[in-house]
Design a protein around this ligand. Structure first.
Ligand code: THU
Length: 133
């Protein structure tokens, strides 16, 4: 997708990383996504004293998407507080798949990559619909 403002998405992700709640790992993460109707939604990681309960930036982004009325994400940038681009973790790939599918473009230092490359043969909403008894 040539009309994605990747620099803008990275800047927004970096801004979110500044406000992340990451006192345990020290890794502050921000994520920003472009929706198919031109909105930008964003999130940061939110850690917890009960360490298994932390929320990744991408999951927070998807929560904000839903809270803002929903929609589809077409491009996403994830960065650490220093601006270093991060690849979404496995769980986040699955959560992003729910709202962007395999065509979602994920920012990488060497250029955007389709989510379908990062999460091949994903289990998705169609599988639930088709397998539900
Ligand atoms: N983290 C994210 O927010 N997104 C990812 O895709 C990978 C990891 C967060 C979780 C945790 O708060 C911190 O980075 C260190 O793992």
């Amino acid at each position: 997708m040539s009309d994605v403002d990747w620099d803008g998405l990275r800047d927004r992700a970096r801004a979110l990383a500044q406000v992340a709640h990451a006192p345990y790992s020290g890794v502050r993460v921000g994520a920003a996504g472009l929706t198919d109707d031109g909105r930008v939604v964003a999130g940061c990681n939110v850690e917890n004293a009960s360490s298994g309960l932390g929320i990744c930036a991408e999951v927070n982004l998807c929560g904000h998407l839903v809270a803002a009325g929903g929609g589809r994400i077409v491009a996403v940038a994830v960065v650490a507080a220093d601006g270093f681009p991060l690849t979404p973790c496995g769980r986040c790939r699955q959560v992003l798949h729910e709202f962007g599918g395999p065509e979602l473009l994920v920012d990488r230092p060497d250029g955007p990559v389709r989510l379908g490359v990062l999460l091949p043969d994903a289990f998705g909403p169609d599988d639930v619909r088709d397998r539900a008894g």
